[in-house]
Write a protein that binds this ligand. Structure first.
Ligand code: FUB
Length: 325
C-alpha cells in the first residue's frame, strides 16, 4: 500500500513548502500562515504572512525540526506586507533566500536575504531584485551548477499586470483563446543577487506542440512553478489555481518548452495548492499543503509530505489530495 500524505507540523500553520537537500539533510522552506484578521478578498490579502521559519529532517519518516524564525518582515527595509512562498539556493557555502513581498506601493517584488547556514538567520538586501515582480519564485540548479530562478502567479500574484515585460496597473487577463500567461525563468547572476539575463516565458505545450490557451484552466500555469530533473529530463510542475490541481510538463532543458504530461495531485482541502518535489536518500517526495487541520480556512494551511512514484515511462502517478495518514 502506498503511504498516505502526512502533516508535518502541528503547532503553527505552514504552507508552500519548498524542499532541498543541503549538507546531507532535507531542509524545508515554507510560508508561515497566521490569523491576522484581514478579510478574505480576490487579491489574497488574507494571506498576510510576516516571517519565515525553516525546518529540517534527517529522515522523512521522522521528526520535522523547527529552527525558528529565519527572517521577519521588520528586517526587510523595502517590504510592507504579505511574505508569500519563499525558496533557498546554495552557492559556495552561502545560502540565498528568495521571497516575495508587497512593497510600499502594494506591488509584489522579489527580495534576497543571505545566511551562512540553511536555517538562517538571514540578512535581507536593502532593495528587491532589480526588475523583479510577481511571486512564487523557486530555484533549480542544473548538473553543471547553473542556478535558475522561476517565478509567477496570476490574480493575487499580479503576473497579469506584466504585459510585454512592462508593469501596467490593470488586471485584465488575456482572451480565452489566446496562449495562456506563462511562468518566467532567468539564470541568476554570478553573485546570486540579480537576474542574470532577460527573463523568458516558460511555455507549456499540448500534445500537438501548441501552447496551452488561457481557457484551458485544468492544464495551464497559474502559480507555484517548480522544476526538478529525473533521468535527464526536466519536469516543470505548477498549480492550476482556480481548478486546484498540481500538474506537470516535461522538457529537454531548463527553459522548456515543456509538454503537458498530467496531474500530480488532485485538489486538497482549501483553495490553494503548492508544492516541491525532491529526491532524498534515493526516494522521491512531494511536499505540499492543505487546510484540513484548520477546518478548511484557506489562509491557514499545514504542510504535508507523501512519496512520489514514477512509472517506467517517466510519468508520475497521480496522488489523491484528499487522503491523509
Ligand atoms: O501563500 C500565499 C500564496 O498562496 C502562494 O504564493 C501561492 O502559491 C498560494 O499557495
Amino acid at each position: 500500500m502506498p503511504k498516505k500524505p502526512r502533516h508535518l507540523v502541528k503547532n503553527i500553520y505552514t504552507a508552500d513548502p519548498r524542499a532541498h537537500v543541503y549538507e546531507g539533510k532535507l531542509y524545508i522552506f515554507p510560508s508561515h500562515d497566521i490569523e491576522s484578521g484581514i478579510p478574505e478578498d480576490d487579491t489574497g490579502a488574507h494571506f498576510n504572512m510576516r516571517d519565515y521559519h525553516v525546518y529540517s529532517m534527517d529522515d522523512v519518516e521522522g521528526e520535522c525540526t523547527d529552527h525558528g524564525v529565519a527572517i521577519d518582515i521588520d528586517d526587510v527595509p523595502w517590504a510592507k506586507r504579505q511574505m508569500w512562498s519563499n525558496d533557498v539556493a546554495c552557492k559556495d557555502g552561502k545560502y540565498y533566500m528568495y521571497f516575495p513581498a508587497k512593497d510600499k506601493d502594494d506591488i509584489f517584488r522579489i527580495g534576497v536575504a543571505i545566511s551562512d547556514k540553511p536555517e538562517g538567520p538571514y540578512k535581507a538586501m536593502p532593495e528587491p531584485m532589480k526588475g523583479s515582480y510577481s511571486i512564487d519564485q523557486s530555484v533549480f540548479v542544473d548538473d553543471d551548477g547553473t542556478q535558475y530562478l522561476y517565478w509567477g502567479g496570476i490574480w493575487g500574484g499580479q503576473l497579469q499586470r506584466y504585459k510585454n515585460g512592462k508593469y501596467e496597473d490593470n488586471d485584465d487577463l488575456r482572451d480565452p483563446d489566446e496562449p495562456a500567461l506563462c511562468a518566467k525563468i532567468t539564470k541568476l547572476s554570478d553573485d546570486m543577487l540579480e537576474f542574470g539575463e532577460e527573463p523568458r516565458d516558460v511555455v507549456v505545450l499540448d500534445a500537438y506542440g501548441k501552447p496551452l490557451l488561457t481557457n484551458d484552466e485544468n492544464r495551464r500555469f497559474f502559480e507555484a512553478p517548480w522544476v526538478h530533473k529525473y533521468k535527464g529530463k526536466y519536469y516543470f510542475s505548477y498549480s492550476t489555481g482556480n481548478t486546484h490541481l498540481l500538474c506537470y510538463a516535461i522538457g529537454d532543458n531548463p527553459y522548456g518548452p515543456f509538454t503537458y504530461a498530467g496531474v500530480i495531485l488532485t485538489p486538497v482541502v482549501g483553495w490553494t495548492t503548492h508544492h516541491s518535489i525532491v529526491e532524498y536518500k534515493g526516494k522521491w517526495y512531494l511536499f505540499h499543503h492543505d487546510s484540513k487541520p484548520s477546518g478548511g480556512k484557506t489562509w491557514l494551511r499545514s504542510m504535508k509530505v507523501v512519496d512520489l512514484k514514477y512509472r517506467e515511462d517517466g510519468t508520475i502517478e497521480t496522488i489523491d489530495g484528499m487522503t491523509d495518514e
